[in-house]
Write a protein that binds this ligand. Sequence first.
Ligand code: 4AD
Ligand code: MG
Length: 451
Amino acid sequence: MEKTKETVELEKLKMDGLEEFSKKVTKIADVSNHNNNKIILRGWVYRQRRTGNKSFIVLRDGTGIIQCVVDKEKVGENEWKNSNDVFVDSVISLSGVVKEDSRAPSGYEVQVDGLILDFKGDPFPISKDQSTEFLLDVRHLWVRSQHIIEALKMKAALLKECRSFLDERGFIEVQTPMFTSSAAESGATVFEVKYFNRKAYLAQTGQLYSEALIGGYPLVYVFAPSFRSEPSRTPRHLTEFWQLEPEMAFYNQDMNMKLQEELIEYVVHNLAKKYPDTLKKFNRDPQDLLDIKAPFERLPYAKAVEKLQEKGVNIKWGDDIGLDEEKILVKDYKQPVFLTNFPKDLKAFYMKINDEDPRTVKAADMLAPEGIGEIIGGSERVYDYNELVQRINEQGLKKEDYEWYLDLRKYGSVPHSGFGMGSERVLRWILKLETVRDAIPFPRTINRLAP
Ligand code: 4AD
Ligand code: MG
């Protein structure tokens, strides 16, 4: 027999066009609902091996993977040849019957009766045990890996939870520009770009613009890329990352921190409840997330320095608390902790001075446990005109660069606060990813601009 009648049937169905054929295709995630039934699958070859008279094709379609068995005795020459003449990522359409089978990786397999090799392609360049650098070179193909796709699905879920939390509280999502005329965070990490005959800077944050928008509507948030020319090659730095930045009128720093811990609790609880199986694939016990309960401890910077000194760290008041120090601090914690009241010289010009201790600002970083460190940075903003001018001067910035921002303190200025959550860092923590590079499809770092 050259070809089975089932393959001829498949070919006929394909002639009805992509739209009609697509309606007949079952998603791999749904295969278990079709035990003993005949189905049509379409997807990419995840792996293939042959033993004797059987060809085992593991097929993937983005929703899952399933083993499909082609038995030489039961198909034609055509199906047998095609099922063996494939590479990883060749494209196949097939028909067959679903059988529960405890030996199959997913508990089910498909006994193939019809098969079309839609696209053979070239030998796939990625195989097992390749170096991280190589995998980054072929990232445009590596993004098809289960590890990345599952992580991206969880990132989408994470953002959906963040948005529904903010929606429920009456926030609106707004857009802020990526081309800006001055640095908003540290001038040291700003990317300069040519903007016609002038210089522009890629946005490090949407915050200053959100501060303008809360004059019109009190609760806004931005979810957008932030650009930082950070030369550090660490597991937690990208030069382009996606930040969620809520900004709230009539919020002080206490209210700000409360909102942050409620957001994190809401998000991790919902992910734990909705995606326990995916979390387990990443070695995250959903219970770890369910155990996270607001309020989180507030640890003032001065206390943190003392704690670090007790642990033998060479640090004094005024020194920055970097990743190494953060790691030591969070070691004893099972859940996030706020590091509060930083020395003002360590932080941005827009942060409000603490009345009780004018050497410090009303700012807090939320540190995640398990060696992750800072996932959120937030503060109460200076809303008095003169105080803001003074802070700009103190930090050696140019008042002219902040004219419109200063304007906000001339008209209808109110106490306000906000924060920025690094989405890749939060995902890294939740999924125990080795690096934030695994939390974004095409990571940008100091030496990585392609693909
Ligand atoms: O602490 P940052 O710099 O704060 C701001 O940009 C404020 N304007 C936020 C605000 O108040 N609206 O950055 C906020 C968060 C950090 O806590 C961290 O999670 C993440 O953004 N982040 C980075 N993530 C990946 N790579 C980098 N280079 C990052 N820099 C900051
Ligand atoms: Mg920060």
